[in-house]
Design a protein around this ligand. Structure first.
Ligand code: NAP
Length: 288
């Protein structure tokens, strides 16, 4: 939060349930302070049935915008008057902007964040060079598939525990998407340029996915969207196999950048190391 918040200050926030452990307030408020903005970024956690009332209450611009996290991303898209192409392709919105004329714009910056994370932590990675494998078929997987298709990938292989959900993504995103079952991982990993865990397996230290990352090519990049813990069992296995890795915190910060710009009309200040702040909050060393 800005140290000099006035009545004219801009307010944005994040809405989710739960939202208590979200790192977004830490990231955005550090950028607000670094840029010296008259602004604040606050967490909102409505009851499961209260999301619509909260969003409708902000219509007209009392709050300039919201990031949206689980479980409200699909509902956020449905409530918007003007969804972006990225939000429509993802079937979910992680960003709502409240215009003074009463309209609500929806966007999805998760795909931008994902590609930014690859650019930062796997320099030289070319999303169009080889098939990309996505594990999972929830909103995050759908958004990742849409982002890679927009970046020119020739084939996205979506593997899910529940095959029907992978098939549904293929139906909506087109014939460059191949749906497969999780037990077909070895086949799917052959020739892959990247493998991304977009399941919630591995979250909060559970066992994670049991997939044969050794079957990926030596130059395959392995990414996990989960960032608690940051070094998930999945990324640990990838490192053991000698693969380059990309972590979920880089994606979280990557999706926050365009959100901040959309809220406050300026880019995040370059001198604020929000990754170091987030690592400290997670109780981790800055060298990770
Ligand atoms: P979601 O809609 O709930 O989807 C969860 C997916 O995980 C489904 O495909 C589900 O398979 C699969 N899954 C859950 N437990 C599994 C297990 N034990 N074994 C195999 N598959 C399992 O969630 P989402 O919104 O897509 O998010 C997925 C993950 O990405 C979450 O951990 C979320 O926190 C993370 N995420 C991170 C960022 C970031 O910025 N780093 C951004 C967005 C999301 P079924 O269909 O078979 O149930």
């Amino acid at each position: 939060m800005s140290q000099s918040l006035t009545g004219a200050g801009k307010v944005a926030g994040v809405v989710g349930a739960p939202v208590r452990h979200s790192l977004s307030p830490l990231i955005h408020n550090a950028w607000i302070a670094g840029a010296g903005l008259d602004a604040a970024y606050v967490p909102f956690s409505p009851p499961a049935t209260g999301f619509k009332a909260l969003v409708e209450g902000f219509r007209g611009g009392a709050v300039c915008g919201l990031n949206v996290t689980l479980p409200f991303k699909e509902e956020a898209l449905a409530l918007a008057d003007a969804p972006s192409a990225a939000a429509q392709a993802a079937g979910a919105a992680n960003l709502l902007l409240f215009r003074e004329d009463g309209r609500i714009l929806a966007d999805n910056t998760d795909g931008t964040g994902l590609l930014a994370a690859f650019a930062q932590q796997a320099p030289g990675f070319d999303p169009a060079a080889a098939p990309v494998v996505i594990l999972g078929a929830g909103g995050a997987a759908r958004g990742a598939a849409a982002a890679f298709l927009a970046a020119g990938v020739g084939e996205v292989r979506i593997l899910n525990r529940t095959l029907a959900r992978a098939e549904a993504i293929a139906v909506s995103l087109g014939d460059r998407v191949s749906p497969l079952a999780l037990h077909q991982a070895e086949q799917a990993f052959t020739g892959a340029g990247a493998v991304i865990n977009a399941t919630s397996a591995g979250l909060s230290g559970d066992g994670g996915l049991d997939v044969p990352l050794a079957a990926t090519p030596a130059d395959c990049v392995v990414m996990d969207m989960v960032y608690k813990p940051l070094r998930t069992p999945f990324l640990a296995q990838a490192e053991t196999e000698g693969r380059r890795t990309v972590d979920g915190l880089a994606m979280l910060i990557g999706q926050a950048v365009p959100s901040f710009t959309a809220f406050f009309g300026v880019s995040p200040p370059s001198g604020v190391d929000v990754r170091a702040l987030a690592l400290k909050t997670l109780g981790l060393s800055e060298r990770i």
